[in-house]
Write a protein that binds this ligand. Structure first.
Ligand code: FES
Length: 88
């Protein structure tokens, strides 16, 4: 599979997102491990993606949908499809 087609969940670990408890997001994803594997996602911790503010940034790939989480457990709603992206 071409590298740019791999499904990824990118969690920003920059200082701005850490202030929104970004470091807790992988903990909540742990409860969804089976679903993540079934859907074929890779989880990546990334440095600042220059979208700071308004919540912890999670970017989905391919497509670059950006979510800003005000609570780390909201990451589960991304996979459920019930959270609206900040930028589509
Ligand atoms: S610190 Fe996360 S987008 Fe900048």
């Amino acid at each position: 599979m071409p590298r740019n087609k791999i499904k990824k969940i990118k969690i920003c670990t920059g200082a701005g997102c850490k202030a929104w408890e970004a470091d807790q997001i992988p903990v909540h994803l742990g409860s969804l491990r089976e679903l993540i594997e079934k859907e074929g996602y890779e989880v990546h911790l990334v440095s600042c993606i220059n979208k700071c503010g308004g919540g912890a940034c999670v970017q989905m790939a391919p497509g670059k949908k950006l979510f800003k989480l005000r609570e780390p457990q909201e990451v589960c709603r991304i996979l459920e499809g019930s959270l609206q992206p900040a930028v589509a």
